[in-house]
Write a protein that binds this ligand. Sequence first.
Ligand code: FES
Length: 159
Amino acid sequence: MMQDTIRLTVNGRCHDVAVAHDTSLLYVLRNDLALNGPKYGCGLGECGACAVLIDGVAARSCVIPVGGCIARDIVTLEGLGSREQPDAVQQAFIDEQAAQCGYCLNGMIMTAKALLTRNPHPSETEVLEALRYNLCRCGTHVEIVRAVLRAGQTSSAGS
Ligand code: FES
């Protein structure tokens, strides 16, 4: 398959990658840019584990061709905060111990981030609605919802 050089902006940095246009964004993030926050779950756009922000909107990177991401602003989990300085959403998940195996957390956090950016103080119903299509097989939903509500109490969570 023919490869092109594609310029991507990820976490505020420019990257040139030599890949086919129809390669999934998830593969490029993980394999070419070593950004392993986004996870491969279903590969079908159904579980949410691979979520990233594209122009501030939560998107499922496993079904997005990288060729469609040129000149878009992509943010991965790594772009939110660091181990030393987690952002407010990440900190809320830590405070609520909202993880068991942790595989879904990338998607939960990125989807919550997008929600809190457009709605900084969501109700429980709004949180449930936003996370409705993000799957967690451990059953950590109660703690996850609590974490997003906690993040919503921190006024800078969506910034
Ligand atoms: Fe992308 Fe499941 S891996 S939605």
